[in-house]
Structure formats: C-alpha cells, structure tokens
Design a protein around this ligand. Sequence first.
Ligand code: GRF
Length: 267
Amino acid sequence: MSPSQRTPSGSTPSHIAVFASGGGSNLGALLTHFSAARAAAVASVALVVSDRSDAGALDRARARGVAAIVLDRHSSADAILALLQEHEIDLVVLAGWLRLVPSGVVQGFHGRMLNVHPSLLPAFGGAGMFGSRVHAAVIASGARVSGATVHFIDEEFDRGAIAAQWPVPVYPGDQPDDVAARVLRVEHLLLPLVTEAVAAGTLTLDADGRVRGHVGRPWLGAHARAERFQLAAIADADSDNTLPESDVASTVSQAAFSYDVARLFPH
Ligand code: GRF
C-alpha cells in the first residue's frame, strides 16, 4: 500500500505527521511554527504518533486539536503506511522517536521523512546515542562545538543525509544539562525551518541521496540574534543553490560570529 501520492511540494498544504516518544518540545515548536499564517500555507501538523501512551507529546497534540495516536512499537511497515495513508500524510518528522523505522516506510517516504538529533552528526550519533548520553560524550571528548542536526531518515539510526545543522558552543565547565539546553534551543529553531523547506520543495533529497537546495531565510527572533549563532545551511555541491551571502549575513553579523568562534577556540 503506497502512502498518499501528494508530494511535499504539491500546491496544497502538506500534512505532517510527527512521531515523538517524549515530552514533545520539538513537536511544540513545530505546532507553533505551522500555526503562523505564512508557514501554515505550506504545511500543517495533522497527526502525532507515539509508542508511549503517557508521552507528553500526545498531550500537546490533543491540546491543539491534532489527532494523537498510540502506535505499538512492533507495528509493521504496512500498518504504519496504512496509518499515514489514512491521515493523508505527505511528510513525517521524527522528534524524539527512539525506534528504527521499518525499511518499507523509509522507502515509501524517501526524501519525506526527517529526524532531529542533538549533536553535529556524524559525530555522537548512532544506536544508543540519545538524551544526556550524547552531551556527556561531547563533553568527555573535549569538543568545543556541538549543535543540532536535521537529517533525512534511512534504515540506520542517525545516518541519513544531513539536511542542515546549527552549531552551539561548548564551554569549559559545562555539564550535560547545560549543553542539552543550549542544543535544544536551536533544535526548536532549526527543525521547523527545515521541515518547512522540505514541505515547500526548496530542500530535497534526490534519488542518489544528495541533498539539494537550502533552508530559506530563517525567521530568527531577537533572542536568536542575541545568541549570534550562524545557521549553517547545506550548500548544494553544484553551488548553484547556496544561500545568498546577504541572507546569511543578515542573520548574524560576521564579526559577532567571529567573536563567538574566538571564544570557542581561545588562543
Ligand atoms: C531532542 O533532543 C531530539 O534531538 C532527540 O530527542 C529529543 C526530543 O526532545 N531526537 P523533545 O521530546 O522534543 O523535547
């Protein structure tokens, strides 16, 4: 049974399904983002799926009148595809989903299934790397930069093609919770932007696994500018789809970013 034939870049708004096993703060960021007029014209969250009946994500969905389904963690690919078809889902976002996605679903949603991970993949990812373990490993490694990654899904944990990343500093004396909070804040900004770009068709995964296009102009609030983090958009290898320099510069002053980098890498 194939999923709905509509593609994310179709003219009518895409329907998004969010799979979440936890508290759902990333789901909350998606719900807020796609309730804004401009983004709502591109997509809306139509379904929230969890493998835990007590997941906070389900409460968030119900509070917004979004369909909330508890899915048996051993569900087959066909059962998952049928659920997605029933809700006319065009795009799936994993936001705190700790299960491998069955191959049939990965194939059926090639280029239409995203995951957010709280490190700069491929570092600090893979089976068992979730939650505080990720940030403890980052600190133990001595890394001075961590961040968030949004990537397309394949059959392995955290291995699919990277769509976009957002770096954050790691300071001496940081505890895992400090890094977790700093990364989660930029997850909440990055995931909606990438989801919207894929729904709008400006960011795509082509047949040979290459990411093309870029994340559009970010709607960074004042607080994000205060953080002075630069959105690291993936530039297509053909370099005909890079973010115009003005777009990036308008998001963060190069001097400010240089200042952050200098602070990250003291002489
Ligand atoms: C996030 O840190 C995400 O990167 C990881 O799982 C966590 C989910 O957090 N995949 P929340 O439930 O969205 O608050």
